[in-house]
Ligand binder design. Structure first.
Ligand code: PMV
Length: 327
């Protein structure tokens, strides 16, 4: 039996300047560049085994065989990797998610990045990280950024080749941490793919969103390189507000916010006004992520403990890029 095996571990990331809308939904080419922070605690481990003896692709998530209908994104990554290396057989994919749903973070970024890494590790050479980023992008846009550690920039590009991520600074060069306030850990009601598509098609604010985000990119890169927490926080908070304004201005309008989301936003503002510098960011769900420097993590957590249960507060620090061993 001719077997080829690969393994990869990839971490989740949180966008500081958000990706929100595609210009090409087959290739997942985004309308704007985005910038993210890779997180240390949450990751996916994936093993891919290719064998000429297999008669179909199979995907096990946390040891459960997934329905082939749910494999659309996985297949896109797998097919692209097989094509690149001229492999004709099938694969067994075994993924273990260490991104608890209770942490209020999505696992698609780490999942698709680990899949791309493990598949390439099995068939070829993993040294070209930009290429891994392109494959990961085909599974989920935000996954293109999870190949790298620290702060990462996804160039929107204009075709498969030109749309990939790269690192701005490494995880040990930035003092940026995140306290997630988990408001609702259930699956999001409007998936990001649908939410961004509806917004791009119907919000009159959408072109302004794209322009403002692309303009903010060089400012964010400069702020990151200077380790300027105030500037990073201000830009990140504004990006999140603008993104959510596009959902409110879509037609029919919708929002990812729950009442507690607004409560948490107000509390972040209150804490900041009291002299503890922190900023919020929010993705396609109600959970609020609070950005702060290391010296303030405990103070931020203690403050929010007055309003939310301790289990609702999850701390994460800058994380590393993709690895091809478990350690
Ligand atoms: O990559 P997707 O399809 O899960 O979309 C991610 C969208 C946001 O999380 C809201 C923003 C981002 O840049 O990660």
């Amino acid at each position: 039996m001719n077997k080829k095996q690969g393994f990869a571990r990839a971490h989740t990331n949180i966008a500081l300047l958000k990706y929100w809308g595609k210009v090409d939904s087959d290739l997942i080419l985004p309308a704007n560049d985005s910038i993210s922070l890779t997180l240390d605690k949450f990751y996916t481990d994936t093993k891919v085994t290719f064998s000429d003896d297999y008669t179909s692709d199979r995907f096990y998530l946390n040891r459960h065989l997934m329905n082939p209908k749910k494999m659309q994104r996985v297949n896109r990554v797998l097919e692209a990797v097989k094509n690149e290396f001229g492999y004709q057989g099938y694969a067994k994919i075994e993924s273990e998610n260490h991104v608890p749903t209770s942490a209020g973070l999505a696992s698609s970024a780490s999942g698709m990045a680990a899949l791309a890494g493990a598949a390439v590790d099995a068939l070829g050479d993993v040294s070209d990280l930009n290429n891994l980023s392109r494959f990961a992008r085909l599974g989920s846009g935000s996954a293109s950024r999870s190949i790298f550690g620290g702060i990462v920039h996804w160039h929107r590009g204009y075709d498969h080749q030109s749309s990939f991520a790269e690192q701005i600074v490494a995880e040990d060069e930035i003092d940026l941490n995140m306290v997630t306030i988990v408001i609702d850990h259930r699956k999001k009601k409007i998936k990001s793919t649908l939410g961004m598509q509806h917004t791009a098609e119907t919000s009159p604010f959408y072109p302004a969103w794209v322009e403002a985000t692309n303009q903010a990119v060089p400012e964010m890169i400069a702020a990151v390189k200077e380790n300027n927490f105030t500037k990073i926080g201000e830009l990140a908070e504004h990006s999140a507000s603008m993104m959510h304004a596009t959902t409110l201005s879509s037609n029919p309008s919708f929002t990812y916010f729950a009442p507690e989301t607004i409560q948490a936003i107000k509390l972040v503002e209150q804490l900041r006004n009291s002299g503890i510098e922190c900023y919020y960011t929010i993705d396609a769900g109600p959970n609020v992520k609070v950005l702060c420097q290391s010296k303030n993590i405990t103070r931020v957590r203690d403050f929010f403990k007055n309003y939310f249960a301790e289990e609702q507060l999850v701390v994460a620090k800058p994380g590393s890029g993709i690895k091809f061993t478990k350690n």
